[in-house]
Ligand binder design. Structure first.
Ligand code: C5P
Length: 256
């Protein structure tokens, strides 16, 4: 039987800031494996991470949700998105909670449920401001490492998990797919949330978001040298999760 998670509060303090970035993470009484999944928009990493975490009985660390929550707060507070100091101070004094079931995770910002709000398109298109701010990343990376330290097995998903946050992860994946396929997937995902967008707009938007993630100075999106690169263009969700799970199993056997 899988160990049952209890919620534990994690406080992470980042260099020089008096505020606290707090989040709640499921707590398992073991610390075994870190699996990272990085990749482009629409490559399938969120779906893969949630399914793989559920299959392995691991915690799911959705780091994109953290950047999204802080982007939402910056927009709501009318902060100057070009002001790294203001963004960093905001990050260091925020409370973000990730908790709940894998696959049905709730995200709370300063006590309020923002699970749906962080998926709004304006959050997606403005997230590069907080993502390119070194001070914000420092706060979030500290919180992500704390999450992993307390969550036992963890599947950590984002852009820099295998390269910067968990360079010693047990298994690293980098997911990508043809832009046209990624745009269709993203369009469908938005449609399921009631946001109807043209294919052209979605393609332009994801291309631009990836370009920004790849070309930024701090923690750019790239595959770690030791990552398994998976092209998900022609894969179903099941095939993708089976392929990743098989690699994790091989790695487990190899290190047993
Ligand atoms: O993965 P998701 O699309 O939810 O992430 C939202 C944004 O947060 C990304 O476009 C990226 O700019 C940023 N991000 C990041 N590093 C991560 C996760 C997300 O810079 N580890």
């Amino acid at each position: 039987m899988l160990p049952s998670p209890v919620l534990s509060e994690v406080h992470a303090e980042a260099g020089g800031f008096s505020g606290l970035f707090t989040f709640r993470a499921p707590r398992y009484n073991r610390c075994l494996m870190i699996i990272t999944i990085d990749g482009t928009v629409g490559s399938g990493k969120s779906t893969a991470a949630a399914h793989l975490a559920r299959r392995l009985g691991a915690g799911h660390l959705d780091t994109g949700a953290m950047y999204r929550a802080l982007t939402l707060k910056a927009l709501q507070d009318g902060l100057d998105l070009e002001d790294p100091r203001a963004l960093t101070e905001m990050a260091a004094s925020s409370t973000v909670e990730l908790d709940g079931e894998v696959g049905a995770q709730r995200v709370r910002l300063d006590g309020l449920d923002v699970t749906a709000a962080i998926r709004e398109n304006r959050v997606s298109t403005h997230s590069h401001y907080v993502a390119r701010t070194p001070g914000v990343r420092e706060v979030l990376v500290a919180a992500q490492r704390e999450f992993a330290a307390r969550a036992g097995d963890v599947v950590a998903e984002g852009r820099d998990q295998g390269t910067m946050v968990f360079p010693d992860a047990d298994v690293k994946f980098f997911l990508d797919a043809d832009p046209e396929v990624r745009a269709r997937r993203r369009q469908l995902e938005l449609e399921e949330r009631g946001q109807v967008r043209s294919y052209r707009d979605v393609l332009r938007e994801i291309t631009e978001r990836d370009r920004r993630d790849i070309t930024r100075d701090v923690s750019p999106l790239k595959a770690a040298a030791d990552a398994v690169v998976v092209d998900t263009t022609d894969m179903t969700i099941e095939e993708m999760v089976d392929a990743l799970a098989a690699d994790v199993e091989r790695s487990r056997k190899g290190s047993a």
